[in-house]
Design a binder for this molecule. Structure first.
Ligand code: TXA
Ligand code: MG
Length: 335
C-alpha cells in the first residue's frame, strides 16, 4: 500500500512480543514486495524499504513528504554487509567494530559496485550506514540486503519513539507497523564522518562524544549547531526547522506562564508550574539517558494536549544532553 491508496485504510500493527516469528515474516513479505514497513530500532522507529529497489525507496520519499535532495541512512546487519557498499578507512572500521550494532551512523565513500538505489543517496558519492540492534538487525540479516530507513515521521515532524507515534503520523500512508514497544535510546543515531584521520561530527545523537573519544582515543571535531542553521548543512537533513511540534517552544524557561505545558528535568520545580496545563519531568532523578528516552514522547504528549506554548526548563548539555539541546533548538526554530 502506498500514499495513493485509500486514505481511510490504516496500517496493520503487529507486535513483536506477541509473535516474533510472524512479525519477522510479515515484515519480510512487505519488503520483498517493495513496500514500506515501519520498524522499531534502539534509536527511533524507522520507515524501512529495500535500499536496492528504486521504486521502494521512492515510496519512502512520498510517504514522508521528504525532499529528494535529503539522502537516507542505509541500515546493515553488520560490518561485512557494509563493506560491500562502502570503502572503510581504518578509523571508520574501528568505530564500527566498537559501536555496531548501536546508535552510530558512519558516512563513507560509496563503492562503485554498490547496488544501493541512487535515490537513497540523493546523488552523493558517499553513503551513510548504521547497524541497528534487536528486531531491525534480525530483519536485515534475514532480508540479506540493506534497508533504507529514515525516521518514521512525516518530514519536519518529531521522530517517533513508539508505534502509536508512527500510527498517528503515517498510519494512513503505509501498510505495516511493527510494534517493538518504546525505543531504548529515544534519540536518532550520532552521525560521524572520518576525513584524513579526523573524526567529524555531522549530527549529535544517541551515542555521546565522550564514548566515541574514549573508544577511539581521538577528539571529535564539532562544528557548532548554530553555525549550520540557515546555511547548507553537512548532513543535508540538518535544516534549522526540524522536529517541529505544532506548539511554539520556549527554551531555557526559568518560569512557566499560565496555560503553558512545562517539560522539566531532574525533579527541579519551576516557578509558576502550578498554573501550567501539564508538567512532564524527563527524569525526576536527573538521569540523562532516561531523559533522552522520554524527550520525543514528552514533546508528542505536550503538543497533543493542545497548548499554544511548551516551556522547556534548562537541561544539562553534557553527554546525551548535547543531542537533546540540538533537537530542541531545531524544534524551536522559526518555520
Ligand atoms: O537513528 C537514526 O539515525 C534513525 C533510525 C531510523 O536509524 N534514522 C534517521 O534517519 O534519523 P533520518 O533520515 O531522519 O536522518 C538521516 C540524516 C539526515 O540528516 C541525512 O541528511 C543524513 O542523515 N545523511 C544521509 N546520508 C548522508 C550522507 N551521505 N552524507 C551526509 N549526511 C547524510
Ligand atoms: Mg528524521
Amino acid at each position: 500500500m502506498t500514499v495513493s491508496s485509500n486514505a481511510a485504510q490504516m496500517a496493520e500493527i503487529i507486535a513483536i512480543d506477541q509473535n516474533p516469528e510472524q512479525a519477522l515474516a510479515r515484515a519480510l513479505a512487505s519488503l520483498k514486495a517493495a513496500e514500506l514497513v515501519a520498524i522499531p530500532t534502539e534509536t527511533v522507529y524507522g520507515l524501512a524499504a529495500d535500499a536496492t529497489n528504486s521504486r521502494a525507496v521512492q515510496r519512502i520519499y512520498e510517504a514522508k513528504g521528504r525532499p529528494s535532495y535529503n539522502p537516507l541512512i542505509c541500515h546493515v546487519s553488520d560490518l561485512a554487509m557494509a563493506q560491500r557498499h562502502a570503502h572503510f578507512d581504518p578509523l571508520s572500521r574501528q568505530l564500527a567494530t566498537a559501536f555496531w550494532p548501536g546508535p552510530l551512523t558512519l558516512v563513507l565513500p560509496l563503492r562503485a559496485e554498490s547496488t544501493i538505489a541512487s535515490q537513497a543517496l540523493a546523488g552523493l558519492d558517499t553513503i551513510a550506514m548504521r547497524a541497528p540492534r534487536g528486531f531491525a538487525g534480525r530483519l536485515i540479516d534475514a532480508f540479506g540486503r540493506p534497508l533504507a530507513a529514515p525516521s518514521a515521521n512525516r518530514s519536519g515532524r518529531i521522530s517517533p519513539t513508539c508505534a502509536a507515534h508512527v500510527e498517528a503520523d503515517l498510519g494512513q500512508r503505509i501498510g505495516l507497523i511493527v510494534d517493538g514497544g518504546a525505543c531504548t535510546i529515544g534519540l536518532e543515531s550520532t552521525i560521524l564522518r572520518v576525513e584524513d584521520g579526523t573524526i567529524r561530527l555531522l549530527r549529535p545523537g544517541g551515542l555521546s562524544l565522550g564514548e566515541i573519544e574514549a573508544a577511539s582515543g581521538r577528539k571529535v571535531v564539532v562544528k557548532s549547531a548554530e553555525s549550520k542553521i540557515g546555511t547548507m548543512p553537512q548532513a543535508p537533513g540538518m535544516l534549522a526547522s526540524h522536529y517541529a511540534p505544532r506548539a511554539a517552544l520556549r527554551l531555557e524557561a526559568r518560569e512557566v506562564h499560565p496555560g503553558e505545558a512545562l517539560i522539566r528535568f531532574g525533579g527541579v520545580a519551576i516557578p509558576g508550574e502550578d498554573k501550567a496545563a501539564t508538567v512532564l519531568d524527563l527524569s525526576p532523578s536527573g538521569d540523562l539517558a532516561e531523559a533522552a528516552r522520554n524527550l520525543f514522547s514528552a514533546l508528542h504528549a505536550a503538543d497533543a494536549s493542545g497548548v499554544a506554548t511548551i516551556a522547556i526548563a534548562p537541561i544539562p548539555r553534557h553527554g546525551l544532553g548535547q543531542a537533546m539541546a540540538d533537537r530542541l533548538a531545531r524544534a524551536a526554530a522559526p518555520r
